[in-house]
Design a binder for this molecule. Structure first.
Ligand SMILES: *Cc1c(COP(=O)(O)O)cnc(C)c1O
Length: 390
């Protein structure tokens, strides 16, 4: 078991900044603290674990400029899903030719826009998408998003995306007809994948397509392993060093001219976030303890509903003995129930603050102000311990 994030040295700046922020201004609503140093730590550990792979950060995970800026300074590349994500990278001076547009479902106008701005690598998982890209981005390279097993992941993505291997020949026939450069393959094992062997199985699934591409006269040179690298929630997850140790021998067998890419999202920005919200009501109904917070699914805590339980502290200290409770958000919508069975401190009462660690991903950018609930205030940690609001 790894120690609770709140007790680890790397998280002390986050903790210090949270304490300082709460001491200097009275609590008036949810807070989100972000420490770019933790993004840096994640990046360096991944680079060390998988030296064979180029890192393309999945911008959708958390597009906060402090994160993008930190990664750019480290030499990271990026993966995008939309025109707006592209714009945020171009503003920072990212070279568009190095960006991967990996969302396999794109509006024609989005393809055109990206192409006009210099993007040259686009994912496809259907004949239809391949023809759209061929029309709007004529000399661009396409890579095929293939269907792989998502059963080892806590958040599978498999049914919405991915071309079945059996469908590949038909797509290649069309690609040949239209002179499309199919430059490689791509998969995603599903988010928060806790079994390193899932990537190995996926490589075995997609490698025959690389061979087929070569046989048919294409120039396959990209093997994109996607995202899915896990972080610590309440269930045990392997660390990045052990995932690297499992993958490196397999990657070492690949031809030297095959470029290997990873697209981490959750892994990269998750640990950098600390979300703080307040308990506004504790009551017992129908024999169950209900805990209502001043933040809920509409404040960006959607993933609690998928069973991702963030490591919790109570008022910035140990949570103490905890029994199960129902955790719900503050809005008038009955679906705003975050967890039907979450371990929450027995002593919990109105006014307590819940500190959720590892909440820097798939949160901040999902916020709405439904019901007039204010968006959480974002505070970025500064190296010296000062704070900057943004
Ligand atoms: C969301 C996404 C990622 C990042 O996934 P994580 O599970 O957060 O690492 C990477 N690639 C693509 C194409 C994605 O859609």
């Amino acid at each position: 078991m790894t120690a609770h994030p709140g007790s680890q040295a790397a998280y002390q700046l986050l903790k210090h900044t949270a304490r300082q922020t709460l001491a200097s201004t009275p609590y008036t609503g949810p807070l989100w603290l972000l420490d770019p140093a933790l993004v840096r730590q994640q990046y360096l550990a991944l680079q060390q674990a998988l030296p064979r792979a180029r890192i393309h950060y999945a911008v959708k995970a958390n597009p906060h400029p402090a994160i993008l800026h930190t990664l750019l300074a480290l030499g990271s590349d990026f993966e995008i899903a939309s025109e707006q994500e592209l714009d945020s990278l171009l503003e920072l001076g990212v070279d568009a030719a190095r960006i991967l547009y990996s969302n396999p479902i794109k509006a024609r106008r989005a393809i055109r826009y990206a192409y006009q701005h210099g993007v040259r690598w686009f994912a496809s998982d259907s004949v239809e998408e391949t023809l759209k890209i061929a029309a709007e981005a004529p000399d661009a390279t396409q890579y095929l998003r293939l269907e792989v097993d998502n059963n080892s992941s806590d958040y599978p993505l498999g049914t919405k995306f991915g071309l079945a291997i059996a469908e590949v020949p038909a797509l290649l026939a069309q690609a040949q007809l239209h002179g499309v450069d199919i430059g490689g393959v791509h998969f995603h094992v599903g988010s928060q994948c806790r079994d390193p062997a899932a990537w190995l199985r996926a490589i075995d699934t997609v490698w025959p397509v690389m061979t087929l591409l070569r046989e048919q006269g294409f120039r396959p040179r990209l093997l994109n392993l996607g995202g899915g690298f896990p972080i610590t929630y309440d269930k045990q997850a392997p660390d990045i060093a052990s995932i690297g140790a499992a993958l490196m021998p397999r990657l070492a067998q690949l031809p030297a001219d095959c470029e290997v890419v990873v697209e981490p999202g959750r892994y990269m920005s998750g640990p950098a976030g600390l979300f703080i919200c307040e308990v506004i009501n504790v009551q017992h109904k129908h024999g169950k303890r209900w805990v209502y917070a001043d933040a809920g699914m509409f404040s960006g805590l959607y993933e609690l509903m998928d069973g991702f339980h963030y490591p919790l502290e109570l008022n910035g200290g140990a949570a103490g003995p905890s029994g199960q409770a129902i955790l719900a958000g503050p809005t008038c919508d009955s679906c705003d129930v975050l967890s039907e069975a979450m371990p929450l401190p027995d002593t919990l009462q109105e006014g307590d603050l819940l500190w959720f660690y590892h909440s820097g991903v798939y949160t901040q950018n999902l916020v709405t102000t439904f019901n007039g609930m204010p968006a959480p205030r974002v505070v970025v940690c500064q190296p010296g311990g000062a704070t900057a609001a943004s």
